[in-house]
Design a protein around this ligand. Structure first.
Ligand code: FNR
Length: 338
């Protein structure tokens, strides 16, 4: 019998050949500090396409140079960066994988020279710099930069855009009351804290008609922070705005200890999917085909995001197929080996 992990999934107008998604993972490999795609990125992502991943999501890619986690991050803040990204989408398409890009701004967790910005001037911890409180002008400029990023993603031939709304980076720091202490229309109530993400979604939609995913941190793990039930509200808002799927991660807002056991974030994907009526992706210590199949068949999530296991094993789709005792396609060049 076919396994759900290897069944098609249509997200808006794009059909994935299976439910396996490569989770976005920073490679910090732009050695020239210009945010351009290097040979490393071409090799690294194309290997996972050869390995039969259904959807590859390229690492957090900065929409503004001040929004980089490090000087070595990929960027999508100028038109010169489009060419390398286009090469990347073309090379992965050859192998039948779809490819998305995670549009990101690191906010107060940016580690580049110069000013860092956030909704409020609160540093992440004692070692990190204190960000400048964003003016309304800076908020508008940053929203504009997300729009430009989406236009470039479209020109580069991506199939999916994922907005990075997790892990305490800029968007996530607007959503959380722990990091957003603004008293204007961008802070205070849940509705106000959602406004920045809402406006980012609206401008992206002006440039982008394809599938839109938002990655969230469904739990701040700290008193006074966002909890999974807050994301039922946010997910409903996102659905109304036309977001197709919520990728359910957690944490990273403030230093907090997290008990990371196998599948520790699946319950968030489950709750948002079944209470929030929003398609979800599950991520976090999912390492085995049986584990992935259990999550899908029990309707706890629609897609399975695999992070580190795909760094260890670029052919994880093959490994999972063996664990589930099914055969899946291989590149014709490898047909004698598998
Ligand atoms: C990550 N993660 C991550 N998340 C994200 O949203 N954008 C990113 O760019 C990165 N970068 C990144 C780099 C590296 C080296 C690792 C290991 C992780 C988090 C990642 O996508 C995933 O959510 C977690 O690793 C949990 O899933 P796994 O690894 O347990 O399958």
């Amino acid at each position: 019998m076919t396994k759900k992990l290897f069944s098609n999934y249509t997200i808006k107008n794009v059909t994935l050949k299976n439910r396996i998604v490569m989770s976005p993972m920073c490679m910090y490999s732009c050695v020239n500090e210009d945010g351009k795609v290097m040979d490393w990125h071409l090799t690294h992502y194309t290997s996972r396409a050869v390995g039969q991943v259904g959807l590859i999501i390229v690492e957090a890619t900065a929409i503004d140079p001040q929004g980089r986690i490090s000087p070595y991050d990929l960027g999508i803040w100028n038109d010169e960066q489009i060419e390398g990204l286009k090469q990347l989408t073309e090379m992965t398409h050859v192998h039948g994988s779809k490819i998305g890009i995670q549009l990101a701004h690191a906010g107060r967790k940016a580690e580049v020279e110069g000013n860092i910005i956030a909704p409020s001037s609160i540093p992440f911890n004692d070692e990190m710099r204190t960000p400048q409180t964003m003016s309304l002008n800076q908020i508008q400029e940053t929203i504009q930069a997300f729009q430009e990023g989406a236009r470039r993603a479209e020109e580069a031939g991506f199939d999916v855009i994922e907005i990075h709304g997790a892990h305490g980076y800029l968007i996530s720091s607007f959503l959380s009351p722990l990091t957003n202490q603004r008293t204007d229309e961008y802070g205070g109530s849940k509705e106000n804290r959602y406004r920045f993400l809402s406006q980012v979604i609206e401008v992206i939609k002006e440039e982008w008609e394809g599938p839109l995913i938002v990655r969230i941190s469904a739990n701040d793990y700290t008193a006074g922070g966002n909890t999974p039930s807050d994301f039922i509200y946010y997910a409903k808002e996102m659905k109304e705005q036309g977001v197709d799927l919520v990728d359910c991660s957690s944490g990273g807002i403030v230093p907090a200890s997290i008990d990371a056991y196998p599948g520790y974030q699946v319950k968030y994907a489950d709750q948002i999917r079944n209470e929030g009526k929003m398609a979800t992706g599950a991520v976090g210590l999912i390492v085995n085909g049986l584990q992935a199949e259990e999550i899908l068949k029990n309707e706890r999530a629609d897609l399975i995001f695999i992070g580190r296991e795909l760094l260890r094993d670029p052919y994880w789709a093959k490994t999972a197929a063996k664990q589930l005792r099914v055969e899946i396609d291989s590149p014709v060049q490898y047909s004698r080996a598998w």
